[in-house]
Design a protein around this ligand. Structure first.
Ligand code: FMN
Length: 207
């Protein structure tokens, strides 16, 4: 039984990204323990003056925090502990303006913490500290980003995979492309992508 953290940002009514996620949950919940972080209901805190400076002070300067600074980083630390405690992560979101929705980026910004999810090595360079964890990244897009030149304009998947990789998390991405561009085929594309998710899960590579 794996401990799975589902992190989703799917605010649209009838969200197709939520449909992809649902096909994962229906299979996974039979045998695994799922914790769902819904970034629409409970967004990650943005890095602003109080929490950003406290995180820098503690994580990069190695200094003790005053009580109010500890309080300021509680939100970031809670989400980081949630990530540290799981074996698998499933991230589901739509492509927004060629990249990750801000809510998903805000989550990465608080969980990528020096000394917790990555470290700076004595000899220089970085090392991810989330050993043994794997992520599945589910995305839907309006346009078709499956082929060049559009493929290189999808900054979301490389960004999400780079952030995961930086923390030492191996990731696999499954996307449904072109749901607006091929609106008459949107259901077909979504169903085919759901089938890809089912096939990936039956490979046993993830859970
Ligand atoms: C704010 C916003 C920005 C978007 N930006 C893009 C984009 O850059 N490229 C694209 O192909 N689709 C874009 N879309 C369309 C969505 O990615 C697409 O409709 C997706 O399937 C929506 O997923 P959902 O059904 O889970 O909400 C955007 C949609 C919104 C609401």
């Amino acid at each position: 039984m794996s401990k799975i953290l589902v992190v989703s940002y799917t605010p649209r009514h009838e969200s197709n990204s939520a449909k992809l996620l649902q096909s994962f949950i229906e299979i996974a919940e039979r045998k695994h323990h799922i914790t769902h972080l819904d970034l629409v209901e409970t967004p990650a805190p943005l890095l602003l003056t109080a929490n950003l400076n406290a995180l820098l002070k503690r994580n990069f300067m190695g200094m003790e925090l005053a009580p109010e600074e500890t309080k300021a980083v509680q939100g970031a630390d809670h989400l980081t502990e949630q990530l540290q405690q799981c074996d698998r992560i499933v991230l589901a979101y739509p492509l927004y303006n060629f990249s990750l929705p801000a809510a998903v980026k805000a989550w990465f910004d608080v969980v990528i913490q020096n000394g917790k999810t990555f470290k700076i090595k004595d000899e220089g360079g970085y090392e991810g500290l989330c050993h043994g964890k794997k992520a599945l990244i589910l995305m839907t897009t309006g346009g078709d980003f499956s082929q060049e030149p559009a493929k290189s304009m999808n900054f979301a998947t490389p960004l999400a995979q780079t952030c995961m990789g930086f923390m030492g998390i191996e990731s696999h991405s499954i996307s449904a492309y072109g749901l607006n561009q091929y609106a008459d085929k949107a259901d077909e594309i979504t169903t085919a992508t759901q089938q890809q998710i089912v096939a990936y899960l039956s490979s046993g590579d993830f859970i």
